[in-house]
Write a protein that binds this ligand. Sequence first.
Ligand code: XMP
Length: 327
Amino acid sequence: MSEGRRPDDMVRITTPEQADAFIEHQYAAIREQVGDKKVLLALSGGVDSSVVAALLIKAIGKQLICVHVNHGLLRKGEPEQVIDVFRNQMRANLVYVDATDRFLERLAGVTDPEQKRMIIGGEFINVFSDEARKLKNIEFLAQGTIWPDILESERGIKAHHNAGGLPEDMHFELVEPIRILFKDEVRVIGERLGLPKSMVYRQPFPGPGLGVRCPGAITRDRLEAVRESDAILREEFEKNGLAGKVWQYFTVVPDFKSTGIKDGARAFEWPVIIRAVNTTDAMTAEVEDIPFNLMKRLVERITTEVKGVNRVLYDFTPKPTGTIEYE
Ligand code: XMP
């Protein structure tokens, strides 16, 4: 199955009936491939791995073992949602690993963005393979590879090997049930499988997570300011109808402080930068026109609710010249 290619004449999956036909076909294919053996999956809570998890849970139940690694750089409420949806609602076999301390210790004092990315990616493999070693008799590894990943790696744009990086001695046969799908099709399948809309239609979120939104050396207090301000921004966008309209929106807390006043006293604290952009392919991006009243509400909430923050700035820069993320 993992070698499968998208047939040239395959109709784009848009309707519930088409989704059901694909799902039924995959259940049979998965069962035929893995038999009664166990399958391991790194479940991040992103769209692709969540849809793969849901498909496999329904196809083979407890033969699937999901590992959710919390690297401490996830958004507020994300690990809780993964546990709630997969362990509590879908009754999945889920191993939850809180590796926050391990990641933050390795990242302490590291300022270079690419080095930060390498540490986060490398440590993820370490934590995941540590967990995999504890589990016995696993022959299969499931992955949320999708069709654009295959095309991009074939064209040499991006090396796509989600499994790549696992230690040499770990050999798994891959299970890639959404390999021939485009992203919009994955979302249709996810909804049909009963995943929450907030998971299926969520905005893009980078692998290194909030780590790249805490520019320079990551500290726990500044990371917390990023997480809390991001949660407020998401909540307000949701309430004001912007959540489904804006392609990507988040906050950044740069590593500098400025003078301010709180409760009549000098407050030397960080600013929060808000970024909200629209794009079709992330190669270029336009800034969202946020209503002024919403902006005032965000300033009010962030400066009163987020510890260590005394200003809120809006980034008006399109891509180019700015990239979407800050690192
Ligand atoms: P930039 O900042 O390059 O971002 O304009 C374009 C899109 O890519 C996402 N992004 C990443 N995704 N790992 C990821 O999985 C990364 O290291 C990474 N860096 C940027 C970014 O969120 C945006 O959607």
